[in-house]
Design a protein around this ligand. Structure first.
Ligand code: ADP
Length: 459
């Protein structure tokens, strides 16, 4: 910037000044040309002459001076006729810069210096910019328009600027240094702080806080890192909870199995089919739990692959309901299936079956006293919806968004829910997401819940 400044202010100043002066004088001529036939012309010429510091002379084709803005018009020394001719020859317009040894100002008089030889204030050459143009009047006659402007020498200005320039450069460099120092501090300080906090985060201190004071980008970065730290701590909590949950869930059936087996070993009378059934049920629960945990970890790792094919969803649901019917029928549970016609969809039959199974299982677990569950199949706009309804206690609105999370149980002290793993809906969500299917739940406390999913019908 300093160099650019120097280039324009000092090196090119003279050329620049002349260039501006030339375009100024040309536009002045244009204004005069536009008003050449106007009655106010003399006033306009005087005004222009004063404002732009130019002398305007108008002469006719034979060299007679018609009008001049000069205080002492010096018609005799200028050969207007030859200028007129020259201008016409060069196309009607002419610009020229003339050099003089000394330029007398208007009304300049040697006697002003009391006859003594007072040298001009600035020695050297003076220049004038002459612009000549021939114009045709309304009556057809031609006239010569002559503009004469003094070019003030810029040498003195350049010298002053040059001297100033040294100081300016010095001040600028000093300011730039100080500014650079301040800016670099300002930029780097928050980064250093964030780096320190990030190191702590690396050492698993999840409660670290990233300072978000600073400029916009740093504030955003700090927010992102704070969010990341929060999520990491959630994952960490989840991991702890997961271990606690799994060990707890594993321990209950294991204790029961060991307990019952020992009783049966020690007391021959206890060796009853009921007790053996308890052991079998508990072993099954263990299997379910292990399978669930495996499913969820596969779903999360993204290694679960879909075995996609076209299948009869209605038939699948029917088979699952039949199977449940045999299991829970004797306890008085009723599962209704309402549908109009067979619906075919494309997807992984086993996995979609798992979804239906989980939803019906939940509905059976949480349904009300009438022990009734309704499965409804509807087809609309090429989409098949399966909704599983129960009239149990429902789920509070504020919990609805969490029930799809792993290990989430609405009422952790709920007796029947204690048999669940808290993984069911999380598996459902994972499978449905793999199928790009919509899913959701509407629930009202005290009235029941409707869990549904929607999948594209396959023709
Ligand atoms: P769980 O094995 O505990 O049933 P899920 O992931 O299947 O785990 O369900 C998560 C939680 O959502 C359950 O603990 C329960 O509180 C709630 N929930 C699921 N289905 C229903 C339902 N049909 N009615 C009421 N609550 C339900």
């Amino acid at each position: 910037m300093i160099l650019l400044l120097r280039l324009f202010q000092i090196v090119f100043l003279d050329d620049f000044y002349k260039f501006i002066k030339k375009s100024e004088i040309q536009s002045t001529a244009q204004t005069i040309e536009q008003n050449i036939n106007s009655d106010d012309l003399p006033t306009l010429l005087d005004e222009i002459g004063e404002r732009y510091d130019v002398r305007v002379d108008i002469a006719d084709a034979s060299g007679n001076l018609l009008y001049s803005t000069a205080a002492v018009p010096d018609a005799s020394s200028t050969d207007f006729a030859s200028i007129f001719q020259k201008t016409n020859e060069s196309g009607g317009k002419m610009t020229e810069i003339l050099s003089h040894q000394k330029l007398p100002a208007e009304g300049y008089d040697e006697r002003m210096f009391d006859g003594k030889n007072v040298p001009p204030r600035e020695a050297g050459m003076f220049e004038t910019l002459i612009y000549a143009q021939t114009l045709t009047l309304n009556d057809g006659s031609q006239i010569l328009l002559l503009l004469n402007s003094r070019i003030t020498p810029v040498d003195a200005t350049v010298r002053t600027l040059n001297a100033q320039f040294g100081y300016i450069a010095l001040i600028l460099v000093g300011c730039a240094l100080v500014l650079a120092l301040i800016i670099s501090k300002w930029v780097s300080r928050p980064i250093i702080k964030i780096n320190q906090s990030a190191k702590k985060l690396g050492q698993t201190q999840y409660d670290v806080h990233f300072d978000d004071t600073g400029y916009k980008e740093i504030a955003e970065l700090a927010d992102t890192l704070n969010y990341a730290a929060k999520e990491l701590s959630k994952v960490e909590n989840l991991r702890r909870e997961l271990i606690a949950n799994i060990s707890h869930d594993l321990r209950t059936p294991l204790t029961l199995i060991t307990g019952y087996s020992e009783v049966m070993r020690d007391l021959p009378g206890e060796n009853s089919p009921e007790n053996i059934q308890i052991i079998i049920d508990e072993a099954k629960r263990l299997t379910t739990l292990v399978n669930d945990v495996m499913d969820i970890s596969k779903l999360q790792a993204g290694t679960q692959e879909l075995n996609e094919e076209r299948f009869n969803l209605t038939e699948s649901v029917k088979v699952i309901i039949d199977r449940f019917g045999k299991l829970v029928g004797q306890d008085g549970y009723v599962i209704d299936f309402i549908y109009e016609k067979n619906a075919y969809v494309s997807g992984d039959e086993v996995k979609i079956g798992q979804v239906v199974y989980n939803l019906i299982n939940n509905a059976l677990t949480y349904t009300g006293k009438d022990k009734k569950v309704t499965v409804r199949q509807t087809i609309e706009d090429g989409m098949v919806t399966i909704a599983v309804e129960d009239d149990g206690e429902g789920i509070p609105q504020d919990q609805l968004e969490y029930i799809w999370d792993r290990y989430y149980k609405v009422d952790k002290t709920h007796k029947r829910a204690a048999t669940g793993t808290g993984l069911g809906l999380s598996i459902v969500k994972g499978i449905l997401a793999l199928h790009h299917a919509e899913y959701g739940v509407t629930s009202e406390v005290g009235k029941g819940s409707i869990f549904w999913f929607k999948i594209k019908q396959s023709q």
